[in-house]
Design a protein around this ligand. Structure first.
Ligand code: RP5
Length: 176
């Protein structure tokens, strides 16, 4: 389980507030979205987690998106399933980069979620990961933070390079 809206303290970040907002249309999305939080925790990035439904909580969704940058967030990871409008609607009301996670539901194998998130009109970008690809969403958020000019970004670049060495070594161990 998880505490909605409770920031997870960073292990080694000097920044006070959460840098990444992880939101989802329903708490039923959490078993998929948890992988994004886990990836960010591995890199010591502070996150906040909340349920924000584009369809059932439209005012909350707009308020979340409009306040995100001024509250100190740098990236939003948004997951939703079915008619998955949350990532795109958030991208419409924030200047922050939005990473969309298509959450697979019982029907259509998540193709509905994928197409709802990936087919954004020009001018309103959402970086869409694979169906259920919340871990990559978290890792992409780390890479976005790592592209900065600050000391935290340099630390994240070093950590990401070490992570990639681990990936290579694991592949080698499997004989690839
Ligand atoms: C979407 O509807 C949510 O993102 C979730 O994937 C799906 C189903 O939500 P429940 O109400 O069944 O939990 O908005």
């Amino acid at each position: 389980g998880f505490s909605i809206g409770t920031p997870v303290p960073a292990s080694s970040s000097s920044v006070a507030g959460p840098l990444v907002g992880i939101v989802m249309g329903s708490d039923s999305d959490w078993p998929v979205m948890q992988a994004a939080a886990d990836a960010l925790a591995e890199f010591g990035v502070s996150v906040e987690v909340d349920v924000v439904s584009a369809h059932r909580q439209p005012e909350k969704m707009v308020a979340y998106g409009r306040s995100a940058a001024e509250r100190g967030l740098r990236v939003i990871v948004a997951g939703a399933g079915g008619a998955a409008h949350l990532p795109g609607m958030l991208a419409a009301v924030t200047v922050l980069p939005v990473i969309g996670v298509p959450v697979p539901l019982a029907h259509l194998d998540g193709l509905d979620s994928l197409l709802s998130i990936v087919q954004m009109p020009a001018g309103v970008p959402v970086a869409t990961v694979s169906v259920g690809g919340a871990r990559n969403a978290g890792l992409l958020a780390v890479r976005i933070l790592a592209s900065g000019a600050d000391d935290d970004a340099a630390r994240l670049r070093t950590a990401m390079a070490a992570f990639q060495v681990d990936l290579r070594d694991q592949a080698t161990a499997k004989g690839e």
